[in-house]
Design a protein around this ligand. Structure first.
Ligand code: FES
Length: 106
């Protein structure tokens, strides 16, 4: 599946992801700017904040209480379509995703 990353300035990068990799890992492996992923994906940094395309929100796995809590500590304030991208694992069932990265993560 593919992940489309849109920067806060509207720059678009489309990347092939490996099934099982998270949206955060896919960005880091491919040098996509705008996602840091400092904690490596264990829900302790919130530097992997993304805004998910509204049309895709229903397809995502529900967020855990911990993810919800961590989203209160992002550098750019959360929105209704905010998720932590380390919690979004790519799969064929989930299909292609499109996310916008915030202006800053740290
Ligand atoms: Fe740290 Fe997602 S990478 S919370």
């Amino acid at each position: 599946p593919k992940v489309t990353y849109v920067s806060d300035e509207g720059e678009v990068r489309v990347v092939d992801s490996a099934v099982g990799d998270s949206v955060m890992q896919t960005a880091v492996r491919n040098g996509v700017p705008g996602i840091v992923g400092e904690c490596g994906g264990v829900l302790s940094c919130a530097t992997c904040h993304v805004f998910v395309d509204e049309a895709l929100l229903d397809r995502l796995p529900p967020m855990t209480d911990l993810e919800d809590e961590m989203l209160d500590g992002t550098v750019v304030d959360r929105c209704p379509n905010s998720r932590l991208s380390c919690q979004l694992k790519m799969s064929d069932e989930l299909g292609d995703l499109r996310v916008t990265t915030p202006e800053a993560q740290e």
